[in-house]
Ligand binder design. Structure first.
Ligand code: GDP
Length: 445
């Protein structure tokens, strides 16, 4: 499915993981190659750019242990970012087909594989989910298309709505709904007519059908081989009629695969299935973790790094605590704390857990402190030089200006960060002396 991209990426990472030590330049070069590989796979430019940027940010300043090489670490970061691009931040993308009979509207351009996919999905619902499915073709312009669905139905043992000449698409949809209700079907699938290009009549017809049956799922079928065009088609359909998900067909071909990677990021809509051939069982659920694994083909490394990561975190916490007890608390520590806070549900949550910080948590909340601010603060710290991070005392006016500008923020934002650092540092010192620190940090890591 992603052979070319996969080959390109494994080439890049094979070289990287073999090296014992990595310079920033090594990572940069590798990421440049990743970017080119993504673009060649027809991933849209902004998505490729954001991808590489996110990996770069995560790769710098990552702690590593002896058990893994920095290259392996980068592979893991790339893997996680791939999953993120494919999955987005949303919920799992199962089909919503409760409340029988649930209508599924199949839309897309002619030749995208819509009718084939309707059959494949019906077969899957019947066999995997034990659903009773009815299919209906709404393609009143091409009797052959109606016939095609009927033939598929017979082939896979799924009922199709009897063809009645002279009905409109909406009339057929209503008849399907009626038959599905009377016949005790769990799902009825409406295979709408496609056109070679998006046109008003087509959209209006689909809209009318949508309004008539109020589908639980509106799945857009697009040809994965068309790359970025597939993403553009999805944007148009989503804008005009609203889709709930995408089925990418022809992913069995040499397929550059870019559509799969751009789809979620550009349209915000999940890919729910991929078509992998002409046969009726050539349909797979789209599982971002598995797909990312397939693209990278480096599952072993990912698992290895995941394991090592747990060790790193424990070691980090231990080291940090020792430093705090000695009254050392620099900007790198603060950054780690901020990242931890984001992971643990934000500032209030974490401060509320620390003895003596309850009041501060309240202030933080009152000040409208949220993850965005935490991220800004991290950006400010990232904008500092190594020396500045180790010794925030160095920060005079000109340095402050440069740092704030580097993070796209104001000097006043930086001042707030520095004040917070001082306060936390004082607090750590006090707690370190009283032995309260260990207590307080217990819940944090
Ligand atoms: P529609 O006009 O959108 O309904 O398209 P069809 O369902 O008739 O499909 C058009 C052609 O694409 C047919 O020859 C299908 O067998 C083929 N096709 C559909 N899905 C896939 C797929 O995932 N992989 C491959 N290789 N061919 C497919």
């Amino acid at each position: 499915m992603f052979e070319n991209l996969s080959e390109r990426l494994s080439g890049v990472f094979d070289r990287l993981t073999k090296q014992g030590a990595l310079s920033e330049d090594d990572v940069k070069t590798a990421l440049r190659e990743v970017r080119v590989a993504l673009l060649e796979a027809d991933v849209s430019l902004p998505v490729a750019r954001d991808f590489v940027k996110a990996v770069q940010e995560k790769a710098t300043g990552q702690a590593v242990t002896k058990s893994i090489t920095p290259g392996q670490q980068v592979v893991k970061i790339v893997h996680d970012e791939l999953v993120h691009v494919l999955k987005g931040d949303g919920e799992p993308d199962d089909l919503k087909i409760d409340n029988a009979p649930a209508p599924i509207l199949m839309v897309g351009l002619q030749g995208s594989g819509k009718t084939t996919t309707t059959g494949k999905l019906a077969k899957r619902l019947k066999e995997k989910a034990g659903k009773k499915v009815l299919m209906a073709s709404l393609d009143i312009y091409r009797p052959a298309a109606m016939q095609q669905l009927a033939v598929l139905g017979t082939q896979i043992g799924v009922d199709t709505l009897p063809i009645v000449a002279g009905e409109s698409a909406v009339q057929i949809a209503k008849r399907a709904k009626q038959q599905a209700t009377l016949g005790g079907y769990d799902v009825y699938m409406l295979d709408t007519a496609g056109r070679l290009h998006i046109d008003e009549t087509l959209m209006q017809e689909v809209e009318d059908v949508r309004n008539a049956v109020n589908p639980r799922e509106t799945l857009l079928v697009v040809d994965g081989l068309t790359g970025q065009v597939a993403v553009e088609v999805a944007e148009e359909f989503d804008g005009k009629i609203g889709i709930s998900g995408v089925v990418l067909t022809r992913m069995d071909g040499d397929g550059r695969g870019g559509a799969a990677l751009s789809m979620r990021a550009v349209t915000g809509k999940p890919i729910k299935f991929v078509g992998l051939g002409e046969k009726m069982d050539a349909l797979e659920a789209f599982e971002p973790d598995r797909i990312a694994g397939r693209i990278l083909g480096m599952g072993d490394i990912v698992a290895l790094v995941e394991k090592a990561q747990e060790t790193i975190e424990a070691e980090q916490a231990e080291r940090m605590m020792k430093r705090f007890q000695k009254g050392q608390f620099n900007m790198n520590d603060l950054r780690m704390q901020l990242e931890q806070m984001i992971k643990m549900g934000g500032m209030e949550g974490i401060m509320g857990m620390m003895p003596g910080m309850g009041k501060m948590a309240k202030q933080v909340q009152d000040a409208g402190f949220d993850d965005k601010i935490l991220r800004h603060q991290i950006a400010l710290i990232q904008s500092m030089t190594k020396r500045e991070r180790a010794n925030p005392g160095l920060l005079q006016a000109s340095r402050k200006k440069r740092i704030a500008a580097g993070a796209g923020l104001q000097v006043s934002d930086l001042n707030k960060l520095l004040k917070m650092h001082r306060q936390m540092s004082d607090m750590m010192k006090k707690m370190g002396k009283g032995g309260m620190l260990k207590q307080a940090m217990k819940g944090m890591f």
